[in-house]
Design a protein around this ligand. Structure first.
Ligand SMILES: NC(=O)C1=CN([C@@H]2O[C@H](COP(=O)(O)OP(=O)(O)OC[C@H]3O[C@@H](n4cnc5c(N)ncnc54)[C@H](O)[C@@H]3O)[C@@H](O)[C@H]2O)C=CC1
Ligand SMILES: O=C([O-])CC(=O)C(=O)O
Length: 338
């Protein structure tokens, strides 16, 4: 009796929604890591996924053997270091958490020296083997690595700006959770849009667009503390892990959540809207070619970039600070690739 109920409950409360599931081929690059392992687990549970290829320079076949025993429909395969082409063959969505994480005292930009080459090399192969796949970049610094990947695809003659995403969903998840913690509401009822980039003061939560944040907006001290916590939430985890890395579980959740939104868009669901760091003309006039804002996802990736919408004078100030930081981060990426 208990077992039957438990099984039914598990099936009925699938983690991610699937109004229109169709089989999608997904490859994870960096699947053996702190994010890669739980992310692979969550992708295995997503009913949109048909084939799940797990690649890493270390340990992917083991992770794949483990995840493949889970009783979900998708087929899981593991690929060792010298099998990158095979891992990418036929991919429609590529999720990349490959690279080094921060230790206390480091900024995300300090990861550039190592991760820029990792991303450039993986993107070069992805552009050759699966040029039409959607590329979801989790690796930091996102603000610089999305421009690098874009240039790699441009040089390969296969650039489609609608298909390269910087995953900034963890900022949305944090803003939503932290606000709900203050207001006592269910996070599901208090979504927050976060725009800008993914590091420190380039992260701009738009609490004025969340009705439940009204009381917080009126309390300057509380509001500023909340904004700061969203902008530097990553540091909180890095410090608490004390040298053992940065956010992995919440990031795996955020990565799987964004991937699920993309899967739904690809599968034909209308009105799937969430923030992501993408090529955008919203602030091009100010010299910024990439920025996170709400985007609508569809068959070809980014179907529509939504405007920032009405914001407060303080949010406009935060956005201008973000734009200054983003310009430098993007320029650094471009310089590296040239
Ligand atoms: N976008 C976001 O919101 C977030 C991004 N991150 C970033 O995600 C990245 C990964 O973090 P963790 O999983 O904690 O690190 P980790 O060190 O636990 O795992 C990274 C994995 O990447 C693999 N790897 C390294 N070079 C590779 C290559 N050339 N090809 C394939 N795999 C390769 C490693 O073998 C390792 O298994 C870091 O750069 C981190 O800063 C972390 C949290 C949030
Ligand atoms: O803080 C880090 O280095 C990892 C990250 O991007 C986050 O947790 O938002």
């Amino acid at each position: 009796m208990f077992a039957r109920n438990a099984v039914r409950t598990l099936t009925q409360t699938r983690q991610f929604s699937s109004s229109s599931a169709r089989g999608i081929n997904v490859t994870v690059l960096g699947a053996g890591g702190g994010i890669g392992q739980p992310l692979s687990l969550l992708l295995k549970l997503d009913p949109h996924v048909k084939n799940l290829n797990l690649y890493d320079i270390r340990g992917a076949p083991g992770v794949a053997a483990d995840v493949s025993h889970i009783d979900a429909a998708s087929e899981v395969k593991g690929f060792a270091a010298d099998k990158l082409d095979e891992a990418l063959d036929g991919a429609e969505v590529i999720v990349v958490p490959a690279g080094v994480p921060r230790k206390p005292g480091m900024t995300r930009d300090d990861l550039f020296a190592t991760n820029a080459s990792v991303l450039r090399d993986l993107a070069t192969t992805a552009a050759r083997v699966a040029p039409k796949a959607n590329l979801l970049i989790i690796t930091n610094p996102v603000n610089s690595l999305v421009p690098i990947a874009s240039r790699v695809y441009e040089k390969a003659g296969v650039y489609d700006p609608r298909r390269i995403f910087g995953v900034s969903t963890l900022d949305v998840v944090r803003a939503t959770r932290f606000l709900a913690g203050l207001t006592g509401t269910d996070p599901a009822d208090t979504p927050v849009t976060v725009v800008g980039g993914h590091s420190g003061d380039t992260i701009v939560p738009l609490f004025s667009q969340s009705p439940s944040a009204k009381a917080i907006l009126g309390d300057k001290e509380k509001y500023e503390a909340l904004v700061h916590r969203v902008q530097f939430g990553g540091d909180e985890v890095v410090q608490a892990k004390a040298g053992a890395g940065s956010a992995t579980l919440s990031m795996a959740y955020a990565g799987a959540k964004f991937a699920n939104a993309l899967f739904r868009g690809i599968s034909g669901e209308k009105g799937v809207i969430t923030p992501s760091f993408v090529r955008s003309n919203l602030y091009e006039a100010q010299g910024v070619e990439y920025i996170a804002s709400n985007i609508e996802l569809g068959a070809n990736g980014v179907e529509k970039i939504h405007p920032i919408g009405p914001i407060t004078a303080r949010e406009e100030e935060l956005l201008q600070v973000a734009i200054t930081g983003l310009k430098q981060n993007i320029e650094k990426g471009y310089k590296f690739i040239e």
